[in-house]
Design a protein around this ligand. Structure first.
Ligand SMILES: [Zn+2]
Length: 130
């Protein structure tokens, strides 16, 4: 976590470097200033960007899933209530699976989020596939 003040300082430093780089590129690409300005506009960083990126929910050890991730690290997700694993590891008995499961209930196909164990709206599933 960073404070507002720290985020401002970081933001300020990035902006300064960006402007330096921008001026440098304008010298290299002589006469194409509009292109460079437009390009840099896409990468403007705000204080909120920095704060949000640092914001992450901390899960304490005894609330943590006992599963092991594909890269061999301990899982950092919260375990399901009354279970030893998070939704992903619970399904695979401690082994990570990332596929969304499709089940048929009352003739309707339902998609289940492997992490939360909650149903996912169909339009959201379709969007994630495209
Ligand atoms: Zn897990």
């Amino acid at each position: 976590m960073v404070t507002d003040k720290e985020a401002e300082v970081i933001c300020d430093k990035i902006m300064k470097k960006q402007n330096e780089l921008k001026e440098e590129l304008k010298m290299v690409l002589d006469g194409n200033h509009e292109f460079i300005d437009a390009m840099f506009e896409k990468y403007i960083i705000t204080v909120d960007d920095i704060r949000n990126r640092k914001k992450r929910e901390k899960v304490c050890d005894d609330e943590r899933c006992k599963g092991i991730k594909k890269n061999g690290e301990n899982c950092s997700r919260r375990k399901l209530t009354g279970k030893d694993y998070c939704g992903t590891h619970e399904k695979g008995n401690g082994v990570e699976t990332t596929e969304i499961e499709a089940t048929v209930q009352d003739g309707i196909v339902k998609y289940i989020d492997p992490v939360s164990g909650q149903p996912i709206p169909v339009d959201q599933v379709l969007r994630s596939m495209s």
